[in-house]
Design a protein around this ligand. Structure first.
Ligand code: NAD
Length: 293
């Protein structure tokens, strides 16, 4: 039974840990929050000593500063020689490259492997993983990555998994705003929104955002909108990912005007108190902004 440590047992980390436990891994589950610890039997506060014997150390944390803190306090001091470090959080490329370089100084391989797919995919081991790091580390991680995800794509050196993830989420954020704005206009023009959803579903407007985040309660089955916009994928995380894309665009010199608009709109919505809601809840603020002739 392979010993694997997971740090970060939130919306995603908990089902990821449960999936590996169900697949007979010996999982050391760690988190700072008492609430998160109470939800997995045997879970403990983060500790460098508890990493002893771990073959892989997975982090699933909110932001770059959290991953940096966990690496400095427990992973870099405590990771056993030959263990593999896998960061599945969505964070900035610079922090990833810096931590991979510091891990290499200790003789450790680090992969960035951010994921697409929500908590259900995490629990079923059907995530999509976007991976950066050395080809050797990617080959070593093969079985574990296959136990976590249904699809994995290797993009190249350290940071390239994060690069793929921010570009991917920029497409999702822009597309989602298109869906929301289309429904706001359809509603203001008096269309039957169920009929409009069915039309879009079978026509060129079809997308993941439309099918899974239709913003009108009761129109598409099992959406956050039909559950008081409970996440799902929180608006604050969508805003964070879009800001990461904006920063990556700035660093590379590529202009991304629609991505920038999306980052600003989701950040505004999140700062105004909607951050804990699913990102599709941004529809409510768009629909309120009605211009009178
Ligand atoms: P979350 O906020 O639900 O969980 C984060 C967990 O990390 C919390 O339990 C928190 O207590 C813990 N934590 C924070 N700092 C810590 C520290 N220093 N030591 C130990 N534990 C610490 O977040 P989430 O939704 O699980 O997302 C995690 C990452 O995955 C984010 O980067 C997010 O962008 C990405 N992601 C999320 C989704 C989704 O659907 N929620 C999908 C794909 C990717």
């Amino acid at each position: 039974m392979k010993k694997v440590a997971i740090v970060g047992l939130g919306v995603m980390g908990r089902p990821m840990a449960n999936n590996l436990i169900a697949k007979s891994y010996n999982v050391v589950a760690m988190d700072l929050s008492a609430r998160a610890l109470s939800q997995i039997p045997g879970a403990i506060a983060p500790s460098a000593e508890a990493l002893e014997g771990a073959e892989a150390i997975i982090t699933m944390l909110p932001e770059g500063k959290d991953v940096q803190s966990v690496y400095e306090k427990i992973v870099l001091p405590g990771a056993p020689a030959h263990s593999l470090l896998i960061d599945c959080s969505t964070i900035d490329i610079e922090t990833t490259e810096d931590l991979a370089a510091r891990a290499a100084e200790r003789g450790l391989d680090m992969l960035d492997a951010p994921v697409s797919g929500g908590p259900e995919a995490a629990g079923q081991g059907t995530l999509s993983l976007m991976v950066g790091g050395s080809p050797e580390a990617y080959a070593r991680a093969g079985t574990l990555l296959d136990d976590m995800g249904a699809k994995r794509s290797y993009f190249g050196p350290s940071g390239s998994g994060q690069a793929a993830k921010v570009c991917h989420n920029m497409i999702v954020g822009i597309t989602a705003l298109g869906v929301m704005e289309g429904f706001a206009l359809a509603d203001s023009l008096g269309l039957d929104l169920t009929q409009f959803f069915q039309l879009c579903s079978g026509a060129a407007a079809q997308s993941w955002a439309l099918e899974n985040r239709c913003p009108i309660p009761g129109v598409a089955p099992a959406t956050p909108a039909s559950n008081n916009y409970a996440p799902g994928f929180a608006a604050s995380l969508m805003a964070k990912d879009l800001r990461l894309a904006k920063a990556a665009a700035k660093a590379s010199g590529q202009s991304t005007p629609f991505g920038t608009q999306a980052a600003d709109r989701f950040t505004e919505f999140s700062d105004a108190g909607g951050g804990h809601l699913d990102f599709s809840a941004i529809y409510t603020s768009l629909r309120e902004q009605t211009e009178r002739p």
